[in-house]
Design a protein around this ligand. Structure first.
Ligand code: IPD
Ligand code: CA
Ligand code: CA
Length: 291
């Protein structure tokens, strides 16, 4: 399926940014042993990649709006179109020389994602989709996996880490997943987690505390691969709520059921005080001890 002119512009931008990141990855490996470590360098690599993407997209469509993780939002004169860009998704992987990271670009038209790509320059895997035209990996059509049994399936997830996210809720969600799936995977790049669901490598994926640039491209790539994507409340407010569940129809439905049950369980637990009693019991106790 030939790509549209706009998708070719996005691919050119991603390849140019990918080339810069691949060069920087080599340097990151050298910096691992340096006292200062690669942190500052990676931030610079991140910003450089975003500038390259913005430059290429701006050249082709100077009037479109732009939302990038590093540079923030820039309004365009054309209010119906906006680019949503994560120049380096999987920064922590990149920081450690782990070749699992991506450039991700989505085009939004009237609040709907119409074109999307996620490109991992380390293994040269380009995932693309256009609305109504299917999803592709390096020009080969991709479909979500057909598995229906959780016990044969692997689910990918994000994990809240130091100071970010609800650790108690995460523990309940992970325990629920451990009890039902054949395996859990935490690969550290949300855009690739969604692309791998689209390619049938992961059967399902869920995560919270994400930003629009982590999610936008992957939503269209999964849907164009025949998959289902929603927020964790079974709604379509994925970008605004910052949480996501994805998979084929059965996997998506089952994942939502498990995560919503885990949420109730976590709430029940949170309601228990340090004596382990529920607030109601505590109130009753207090009442019954009244003279
Ligand atoms: C992060 C990655 C990670 C996810 C984090 C994101 P970044 O993006 O996608 O997998 O768990 O929530 O912030 O910071 O590497 O672009
Ligand atoms: Ca990201
Ligand atoms: Ca990023």
């Amino acid at each position: 399926m030939p790509h549209s002119a706009i998708l070719n512009v996005m691919i050119k931008a991603a390849y140019r940014a990918g080339k810069s990141l691949k060069r920087d990855l080599g340097e990151v490996e050298n910096l691992q042993v340096s006292l200062k470590g690669p942190a500052n360098f990676v931030c610079a690599a991140d910003r450089r990649a975003e500038e390259i993407v913005r430059e290429e997209l701006f050249k082709a469509r100077p009037d479109y709006g732009f939302l990038g993780e590093e540079g923030g939002a820039r309004a365009g004169t054309d209010k119906t179109h906006r680019w949503i860009v994560d120049p380096l998704d999987g920064t922590t992987n990149f920081l450690h020389g782990v070749p699992h990271f991506a450039v991700s670009i989505a085009l939004e038209r009237n609040d709907a994602i119409v074109a999307a790509l996620t490109y991992n320059p380390a293994n040269d895997e380009l995932f693309v989709a256009e609305r109504g035209k299917g999803a592709f990996l390096n020009n080969r059509r991709i479909r979500v996996a057909a598995r229906r049994r959780l016990a044969e399936s692997i689910v990918a997830c994000g994990l809240p880490h130091h100071g970010r996210g609800d650790l108690v809720l995460a523990r309940h969600e992970i325990a629920a997943a451990q009890a039902h799936y054949a395996g859990l995977r935490r690969f550290g790049a949300a855009t690739l987690d969604l692309a791998w669901v689209a390619a049938g490598r992961f059967d399902a994926y869920w995560e919270r505390d994400l930003s629009p640039w982590d999610l936008a491209a992957g939503i269209l790539i999964v849907r164009e691969a025949g998959g289902f994507v929603s927020d964790l409340d079974s709604g379509d407010a994925i970008l605004s709520k910052g949480h996501v569940a994805a998979g084929n129809e059965t996997m998506h439905r089952e994942l939502l059921r498990l995560m919503q049950e885990a949420g109730k369980e976590a709430a029940r637990h949170a309601g228990r005080d340090e004596t382990g009693d529920l607030p109601i019991a505590r109130a009753n106790q207090a009442q019954s001890s009244q003279p």
